[in-house]
Design a protein. Structure first.
Length: 166
């Protein structure tokens, strides 16, 4: 159980990231959990696909063109979200993760709120995201925040693509 202190969301351009800011640990948890949910036998970071290991080991390079949001409880990183530079005209929300000990406190909603505001401030008309079909809680959250299922831009099976107009 954690205390109910104020959670702050810090917005950084990807090139300003530090490997010591807690983001790597959040990304590690996100990727390990995702691979497990996909049925992959992943025992640690070394067993992750190269692209995911690159995000964990060098987020500054992996997200150099993106905006990274980190939710902090004091100095502890407890949540993250990446808002990509526009691809095909739209920024994309990726890597939304909240430390399981901090879930149920509105952290994911706040990360999404800040990401949507950031995208709008950057001139975007809409934002897109993809989510695995089995993550029904996340899909419900996205729908509550105005995202709707849209035609897929990704060929991976069981991936739900969503979009929200700003």
């Amino acid at each position: 159980m954690t205390d109910r202190g104020e959670i702050a969301v810090v917005r950084r351009p990807g090139q300003d990231l530090s490997s010591e800011d807690g983001l790597a640990a959040l990304l590690t948890a996100y990727h390990l959990r995702t691979e497990t949910e996909k049925g992959e036998a992943v025992t640690g970071v070394d067993a992750l696909p190269d692209r995911y290991r690159a995000e964990i080991s060098d987020p500054r390079t992996a997200f150099a063109e993106d905006v990274v949001l980190t939710a902090l409880d004091g100095d502890a990183a407890v949540g993250c979200l990446v808002l990509t530079a526009p691809a095909d005209g739209l920024p994309e929300i990726k890597r939304l993760w909240t430390d399981p000990a901090y879930r149920g406190r509105g952290i994911a909603s706040e990360l999404l709120r800040v990401a949507l505001a950031s995208a709008a401030d950057g001139g975007a008309d809409a934002v897109r995201l993809s989510v695995w079909a089995w993550r029904t809680g996340a899909i419900s959250l996205y729908e509550r925040l105005g995202f709707a299922v849209t035609e897929s831009w990704d060929e991976r099976e069981r991936l739900v693509c969503m979009q929200r107009t700003l």
